[in-house]
Design a protein around this ligand. Sequence first.
Ligand SMILES: O=P(O)(O)OP(=O)(O)OP(=O)(O)OC[C@H]1O[C@@H](n2cnc3c(O)ncnc32)[C@H](O)[C@@H]1O
Ligand SMILES: [Mg+2]
Length: 212
Amino acid sequence: MIALSDDAAPPVPHRKLGPGRLVIASHNQGKVREIGDLLRPYGIETVSAAELDLPEPEETGTTFAANAELKARAAADLSGLPALADDSGLCVEALGGDPGIFSARWAGPSKDFAVAMEKVHDAILATGPDAGRDAHFVCALSLCWPDGHIETFEGRADGTLVWPPRGEHGFGYDAMFLPLGATETYGEIDPDAKHAISHRAAAFNLLTAAVF
Ligand SMILES: O=P(O)(O)OP(=O)(O)OP(=O)(O)OC[C@H]1O[C@@H](n2cnc3c(O)ncnc32)[C@H](O)[C@@H]1O
Ligand SMILES: [Mg+2]
């Protein structure tokens, strides 16, 4: 028998998602649209947190997974339905991983991502003339059942940042993110092309393999 160390979390057994409505526990239209696209082939009936008038929980976690879990748990508790939450963000290597879990907060109360992208650009410049532009997106997806059972899946997409931002597609930081090996930013490619390579799709593929 293999002894587990005290801090090793026991594996969460997977559970299959049955028929019925699923709450998309996000107040971000861009994410709700992308998760809706990713779920469409599975014929799952969805309703968003905004449509159910659910409050936005305070994101007090220190990791993407912890924040995804608290958002999924809050929506499942309040709705009595299974809930899928997404916590994601842009991590810039030269900034020690910032803005990371604070990616939404860098856009301020008016959620202005032109401002947030400029802050990222300025922060990189402030680190020095040779600052690298490597970055990655992370997406944690948590699926919580009304009885509290919860499963979390994490995906990542690597790339570099361009300046100025390019493209009108997508949301958030998409217009400054050039995926590894690509010539067009997430803001320039169409949604299907983003779904083929994105951090959200990577997390979603792990989720679908486990719960559908
Ligand atoms: O918490 P919810 O209600 O889901 O919505 P949010 O916008 O606050 O979402 P997060 O707390 O997860 O913050 C992540 C931010 O990172 C950015 N982000 C996440 N995924 C992205 C993507 O695929 N493309 C561009 N930006 C992304 C986006 O601007 C988000 O606001
Ligand atoms: Mg948020």
